[in-house]
Design a protein around this ligand. Structure first.
Ligand code: TEU
Length: 550
């Protein structure tokens, strides 16, 4: 059995990974063709974002049929072949299950719209407060009201995301049974991992106006959430001890995560939380331009690391995914210290307590594309907010600047394989433009360079397998108020790991009252470490992973 504590997960956004057919969209066969590359990274799981039949309004997070593969991505045979080929390389597949909502094209919703009461009860329909006034003032995560009016019923339905993504009614046992059937279907296909999309939003609380915010406090970590997760566990994946699960927890709390991902709470193996990725927001407002708050970043990471450990709960640890900008553009330095900062950021995550996730291209130090024209953007959220920002009075230029920082398309540009046309992603026209720097940031170039970010990530993945202290050790923050350095220790019986990361482009000397020469350096992003007694002289974005046995 694969121990998920020693494992690393590689996330693939199929649409942008590799196009085997030349139509400009990545596909399942494309993933199969690149399996050796993924194996050489040393990872244990591949999480693929949804490839089920979908109108692709939200790139597959709007599912029309959970049992079939979208022909744009391939066929069931392609999936089975991918699964076999991955297994032959010791890699397991983790599927992305979107159960908070379906596509409005799903037959359940179509039947609901046709007036079938059984299916209307699969969704959340409510009367408006007054003519033309939706049931509550809740906002959709993609902008605008979370309610859509349906004339023939004189009612509204709830959509926390796009208008084409109606929320399912989990309080209806029939809905939960349908969902269990879907999970069991994929289990029968040999799938050993599931990621559950925004799963902490499935249990809606009371439908009231939110006078303090956008409504999230009424449906996040809702009243029956733990019961529904335990039920899903018991009736599906909980029957197979080999299956690993991760829940995407939107705006959640630590206390709920102790339950979601506790060792023996019978819910999920681990959770994604996002508080550490809101340190360049203003509160919950993402569409602003503010520098990132380093102290806040550290405080959040430290708090989640220590408290989850204390409650024997397990984190998924990560910087990047298909919704986040590229981390090296966000917290690193893409100009002078691109390589150093990308390696340093990888080190922070991969030495932590939790299961690390690498998002395609992160291991190459891929950057944001720096789009400057709305025609380059594809994501529904970006297109909506480009309009909303200007309606709020921002200039076009300002709106562009904000999009260039926060758009989800930042991570969705094609994987950079080679220095050839379209970065070797497709022989056709890519569905979204390739980032200009592919001539030097690409897998082929980095495979050949022993000092590359790619080769560094391979070492990080290997370290977790070799050192129990990384997989299982306790977490202890150090020097928490230091304005430029992030430091922590990992401790396990007689082993000690000390991770020191300079987050800025300035040289700085760091000491901790311990003889640093008593440690051995396992990994660093400079050739040699400048250690003298209790002091380390840190160069720009320098990091080091020190180890000793007591
Ligand atoms: O994302 C959930 C989610 O709320 C955010 O990551 C969202 O993109 C962000 O808050 C907007 O600012 C998941 C998926 O990862 C995402 O791709 C889907 O669009 C979303 O659910 C709906 O299924």
């Amino acid at each position: 059995m694969t121990d998920f504590r020693k494992s690393t997960v590689y996330q693939i956004y199929p649409k942008s990974f590799y196009d085997s057919s030349g139509d400009g969209l990545g596909d399942l066969r494309g993933i199969t063709e690149k399996l050796d590359y993924i194996r050489d990274l040393g990872v244990d799981y591949i999480w693929m974002t949804p490839f089920f039949v979908s109108p692709q309004k939200d790139n597959g997070y709007d599912v029309e049929d959970y049992y079939r593969i979208d022909p744009r991505y391939g066929t069931m045979e392609d999936f089975e072949e991918l699964s076999r080929q991955a297994a032959a390389r010791g890699i397991r597949l983790m599927l992305d299950m979107v159960f908070n909502h379906t596509s409005s094209r799903h037959q359940w919703f179509q039947k609901a719209l046709a007036g079938d009461e059984t299916y209307k009860n699969f969704y959340i329909f409510r009367k408006g407060k007054a003519p033309g006034v939706p049931p509550t003032n809740w906002e959709s995560k993609f902008g605008g009201s979370a309610w859509e009016y349906v004339e023939q019923f004189d009612e509204y339905y709830l959509h926390l995301f796009d208008v084409s993504q109606p929320d399912l009614n989990w309080d209806n046992p029939q809905v939960r049974r349908e969902i269990q059937k879907i999970v069991r279907f994929w289990m029968k296909k040999g799938v050993k991992g599931f990621r559950f999309d925004v799963v902490n939003l499935i249990s809606k609380g009371s439908f009231e106006d939110d006078l303090q915010g956008d409504g999230r406090r009424f449906y996040t970590d809702g009243p029956n959430i733990h019961r529904y997760l335990r039920e899903l566990n018991e009736t599906t994946f909980g029957t197979d001890a080999e299956i690993v699960t991760v829940g995407e927890m939107s705006s959640t709390t630590l206390e709920n995560c102790y339950q979601y991902a506790g060792e023996d709470t019978g819910e999920l193996s681990m959770v994604f939380s996002f508080h550490h990725l809101k340190v360049d927001f203003m509160g919950n407002e993402k569409w602003v331009m503010v520098p990132f708050d380093f102290q806040k970043l550290k405080d959040i990471l430290y708090e989640w690391q220590t408290k989850m450990a204390r409650h024997r709960a397990w984190n998924a640890v990560f910087w990047c995914n298909h919704d986040q900008p590229r981390v090296v553009s966000r917290f690193g330095n893409t100009e002078k210290y691109w390589k150093e900062s990308a390696k340093m950021l990888g080190t922070v995550i991969h030495c932590m307590r939790g299961t690390p996730y690498i998002y395609q291209g992160e291991e190459l130090g891929m950057t944001n594309p720096g789009f400057t024209d709305i025609r380059q953007y594809r994501d529904v959220e970006s297109l909506n907010h480009f309009r909303i920002l200007q309606e709020k009075g921002l200039s076009r230029e300002n709106a562009y600047q904000i999009l260039a920082i926060h758009s989800r398309d930042n991570s969705r540009t094609p994987m950079q394989w080679t220095a050839g046309p379209h970065a070797g992603f497709t022989a056709g026209e890519p569905w979204i433009q390739v980032t200009d720097n592919y001539r030097y940031i690409n897998a082929q170039a980095e495979q050949e360079d022993p000092d590359s970010i790619l080769n560094y990530y391979r070492k990080l993945v290997r370290l977790r397998k070799e050192y129990d202290v990384i997989a299982r050790g306790e977490f202890e923050p150090l020097d928490v108020r230091n304005p430029s350095v992030l430091v922590y220790k990992r401790l396990l019986e007689g082993e000690e790991l000390l991770v020191i990361c300079n987050f800025y482009g300035k040289e700085i000397s760091w000491s901790c009252g311990e003889n640093l020469e008593s440690f051995r350096c396992l990994l660093g992003n400079y050739q040699e470490q400048k250690i003298d007694g209790e002091t380390a002289a840190l160069r720009p974005y320098e990091c080091m992973v020190l180890y000793r046995e007591k």
